[in-house]
Design a protein around this ligand. Structure first.
Ligand code: PMV
Length: 347
């Protein structure tokens, strides 16, 4: 019997509070555990048209924002090879992937997290048809997403998600991410305004960045620091302690980039305006007492996190800033991917 279908998902990006930076030997095994907030607005929209025919030679086409993209196609092929053990039917499947993001490329928003998680969700939906299952396994979805991009493992669910084995969290694993549920209502809904400091694609990939942690002189110290920050963050989330949350958030962002500065070759993703913005935001916080905390991913752009009630004040602070930028993206806490459509037929 041959089957074919078409499935579409939208999946969000996420912003790590405790950062994943560096790997252990193996396939996408993180050096340390990480914890992120799933975003709501910044998403990838992915459709897979699929055909499974016995003895079919597998094939793949990837279209990104309306144009066939050989670079993403090559990466996706490698990823599919890795996950064929989980989905053996991939060996006889023709896939045509169409994907787009609703946020600018290289905006300091992890497009690999939203893109790979959307793909993983689509494949899980196909697997449900093939094996006639009611629903997909969220751990398998996370695990397959992880094999494409580490941070993608955390985008399959929300709002607060932990990836990487740590004695601090029961049930945590290197292979998949788990939801953190012991969260105070104060952290149920935060705003995240992304300040676009730089529009250019970043100079070094995060893959190359992770590799710089191999033999990094601060590696052991970093692992200890994560234990401390993860302890503080889990406690802050549980107790609704904004001050402790803000301290960990900024310490992690600055430490991530300090690790880059101190690595072989001196990786530097900040632009001058990144520094100007950080000074401005801290000075405004000092003067006004408005609760807000900045963080950065592997890029120059700034994510500014703040509670709902601070929205008007933060907007004023942002609008009045003398520091230049290329716009703001307004996002906030999200709950995870959404299925858009899923049809199939036997023939
Ligand atoms: O998932 P990757 O390989 O793109 O790495 C993500 C690394 C950071 O965004 C800097 C941190 C994180 O935990 O998301």
């Amino acid at each position: 019997m041959n089957i074919k279908g078409k499935v579409s998902y939208s999946s969000p990006s996420n912003i790590a509070i405790v950062k994943y930076w560096g790997k252990e030997p193996g396939d996408q095994i993180p050096m340390n555990s990480s914890l992120s907030m799933t975003l709501n607005q910044c998403r990838s929209f992915t459709t897979i048209a699929w055909t499974i025919v016995e003895n079919l030679v597998p094939s793949l086409e990837v279209w990104f924002e309306g144009v066939r993209n050989p670079e993403i196609e090559t990466k996706t092929k490698k990823w599919l090879e890795k996950i064929t053990d989980f989905y053996p039917w991939l060996a006889n499947t023709a896939l045509r992937v169409e994907t787009r993001n609703n946020f600018p490329h290289s905006a300091g928003i992890a497009s690999s997290a939203s893109g790979m998680s959307a793909l993983a969700l689509c494949l899980s939906a196909i697997d449900n048809h093939v094996r006639q299952k009611e629903s997909g396994d969220v751990f398998l979805q996370s695990n397959t997403a992880r094999l494409g991009s580490g941070s993608a493992s955390r985008s399959v669910t929300g709002p607060w998600v932990l990836w990487g084995e740590t004695p601090l969290f029961r049930g945590s694993s290197h292979e998949y991410a788990v939801k953190v549920t012991d969260v105070h209502p104060r952290f149920a809904q935060l705003h995240d305004t992304i300040i676009i400091v730089d529009k250019e694609p970043k100079s070094i990939s995060s893959r190359a960045g992770h590799d710089l942690m191999d033999g990094h002189p601060w590696r052991e110290g970093r692992i200890k620091q994560v234990d401390k920050n993860m302890t503080l963050l889990l406690q802050a989330l549980k107790e609704g302690d904004w001050k402790a949350f803000a301290e960990v958030t900024e310490n992690e962002a600055l430490s991530l980039h300090a690790l880059m500065f101190a690595s072989q070759g001196g990786m530097m993703l900040w632009k001058g305006n990144t520094v100007e913005w950080i000074h401005y935001l801290r000075q405004q916080r000092e003067q006004t007492g408005v609760p807000m905390a900045f963080t950065l991913d592997a890029g120059a752009n700034i994510h500014l996190l703040y509670p709902m009630q601070a929205r008007e004040q933060v907007e004023n602070i942002l609008q009045q800033s003398p520091v230049s930028h290329h716009g703001f993206i307004y996002d906030g806490t999200g709950t995870g991917p959404e299925k858009i459509s899923d049809v199939y037929e036997e023939y």
